[in-house]
Design a protein around this ligand. Structure first.
Ligand SMILES: Nc1ncnc2c1ncn2[C@@H]1O[C@H](COP(=O)(O)OP(=O)(O)OP(=O)(O)O)[C@@H](O)[C@H]1O
Ligand SMILES: [Mg+2]
Length: 227
């Protein structure tokens, strides 16, 4: 096990923002980090934008075909987006692309699509993909109301499936949160305790969060720890 599978409590919670910021932080530590967005949906003429952002953040020149081997146009769950095109998600293609990238880099950051139980294929959700790729989960969660419930549900689903969880990163999103949200967030921080590995404040597009946003040593220890 040398890497992290970045999942979230929902779509649009900040997985790409967190994965990019983490890739940059690891690069600053001179760690050779590879990235992958194995399945990207909602891909238009500009190509797979999450995968492209991850590649840029990691500063690697791996082919986009390996970084994002499965792409679909419909912005929906992978199995649904694939069915719209009369296709199925090719899990073997994902495994072999991951193996190739893993052989090139010291540590892999893989961004899932949507949340943990999003369907990919029959009997396969993001959770099974994370297991296939052998990486512990880094769960990205919102700062706003509803997040305590969503975070607990995701952690419970992971535990139920025996998936190792490295920890949780809170991403605030583009707006300042209300004082009610702030009180709620304090409860989440307490709930998570040592599992809280970072918190990304609202950041302007194209900028990086402050260095202290991540507990980088703890993240590295948990990403590199043998299972
Ligand atoms: N800490 C933050 N500060 C400012 N904007 C943020 C932050 N976190 C997320 N966002 C914004 O929220 C939106 C969703 O974030 P992001 O694309 O990282 O989510 P995601 O979980 O990767 O979504 P998807 O499920 O589509 O992959 C983006 O516009 C992003 O720029
Ligand atoms: Mg994303």
């Amino acid at each position: 096990m040398a890497g992290l599978f970045v999942t979230g409590t929902d779509t649009g919670v900040g997985k790409t923002v967190v994965a990019c910021a983490l890739a940059e932080a690891l690069r600053r530590r001179r760690i050779d980090v590879g990235v992958m967005k194995p399945i990207e949906t909602g891909v238009g003429a500009q190509g797979p934008l999450d995968a492209i952002a991850l590649l840029e953040a990691a500063g690697v020149d791996d082919p986009l075909e390996l970084v994002c081997p499965q792409r679909f146009e419909l912005p929906a769950a992978p199995s649904i987006a694939a069915a719209r095109e009369g296709r199925a998600v090719d899990l073997a293609a994902i495994r072999s692309a991951h193996a190739a990238l893993r052989a090139r880099h010291a540590l892999m950051l893989v961004e899932g699509a949507g949340g943990l139980l999003v369907p990919i294929a029959h009997g396969h959700s993001m959770a099974e993909l994370a297991r296939d790729l052998g990486a512990p989960l880094l769960v990205v969660t919102r700062a706003s109301l509803g997040t305590v419930n969503h975070t607990r549900l995701t952690l419970e689903a992971a535990q139920h499936r025996g998936l190792p969880v490295a920890g949780v990163v809170i991403s605030h999103g583009p707006r300042e949160i209300s004082s009610a949200d702030a009180a709620n967030l304090e409860a989440l921080r307490e709930d998570l305790g040592d599992r809280l590995l970072g918190e990304i404040p609202p950041i302007a597009p194209g900028t990086s969060p402050p260095r202290e946003a991540f507990r980088l040593d703890a993240i590295l220890e948990r990403a590199l720890r043998p299972s």
